[in-house]
Design a protein around this ligand. Structure first.
Ligand code: OOG
Ligand code: NI
Length: 291
């Protein structure tokens, strides 16, 4: 979270706005609904490698998601119940993988130039009980810094591919659970109005608020902030970094009569939604960052 918030000024921006408005006293009052990571689906990497970290910490693999057009596969992972070595109330995890073999030969070739240097699963070489080592791993480059030309070629075919070739396992977003905030801020529509009044730029793909068909999961996100990226051979460019998401999970119909102070995660809409996620991915796409 420290490195992520250094790189995404909106993180502190939203927290400060919430404190100024008297909605929270400090960042500790925010429930982190989920965090997200992106991976390259190639041998020794991808979800098969990445997920071992979180399975080790007691996360459980849940539903699969398929994004045909974007050539992505994803799963969500439920945190261990109650206290764990990492604390309690851990965020869910949404992790996705690019189906590299579905890209053009040219794009595959570029990706493999970098990823083929990873000849064994790097997670197998990690001491997973050492949380500091895991943190360092997530921020360590797995392959050589790409050239700007390779980045741009990938960008033209798959914005996701370009994002991962530069950003690797960098945290893609954290998510504020808006339903746990105080009245006036605890629905996604109210929260979005609050953000827009304060000038935050939100992802408009498919509409600002993305709603699951059952109406229970309502999400919005900022547009990724641009970072000054250092490419190979001393070249630099401004590219999409990470973003912040906001989620409202409505109380399930069978728990509608429970008093607010009795409501826990188990009483609200769980999981994720393909239609929502498909548009949230675009928070880092030039169609949004260029607006
Ligand atoms: C993940 C997009 C999907 C959600 O909550 O459905 C998502 C990404 O941009 O990598 O975050
Ligand atoms: Ni998300």
């Amino acid at each position: 979270m420290r490195r992520y918030s250094e790189r995404v000024p909106d993180v502190q921006g939203v927290i400060t706005a919430l404190i100024d408005a008297g909605v929270i006293d400090s960042a500790d009052d925010i429930e982190n609904d989920h965090i997200a990571f992106r991976t390259m689906g190639v041998p020794n990497l991808g979800l098969a490698s990445f997920e071992k970290i979180f399975l080790h910490y007691g996360y459980q693999k849940r539903d699969p998601f398929d994004f045909k057009e974007k050539k992505l596969s994803a799963y969500w992972y439920a945190p261990p119940a109650g206290e764990s070595t990492l604390g309690e109330n851990l965020p869910r995890i949404f992790a996705s993988e690019l189906r590299v073999h579905e890209l053009s030969d040219k794009a595959q070739q570029i990706i493999h130039t970098y990823t083929d240097t990873v000849t064994s699963d790097p997670v197998d070489a990690l001491d997973l009980d050492d949380a500091a080592a895991v943190d360092a791993f997530l921020h360590r480059p797995l392959w050589q810094t790409p050239t700007l030309a390779d980045y741009q070629t990938l960008l033209a075919e798959s914005e996701y591919a370009a994002w991962v070739i530069y950003n690797r396992y960098y945290l893609n977003h954290f998510t504020i659970s808006v339903h746990n905030l105080k009245p006036g801020y605890n629905t996604i529509d109210e929260f979005v109005a609050f953000l827009q009044n304060r000038g935050f730029k939100l992802n408009s793909a498919g509409g600002v608020v993305k709603v699951s068909p059952d109406g229970g999961l309502r999400q919005a996100s900022t547009v990724a902030q641009m970072i000054e990226a250092d490419f190979a051979n001393g070249e630099t460019a401004r590219i999409a970094g990470s973003y912040v998401e906001f989620a409202e999970r409505r109380v399930l119909p069978q728990f509608a009569d429970l008093p607010t102070n009795k409501l826990g995660r188990e009483h609200r809409r769980e999981g994720f939604e393909t239609g929502n996620a498909d548009k949230i991915f675009e928070s880092t796409f030039t169609t949004q960052t260029g607006r």
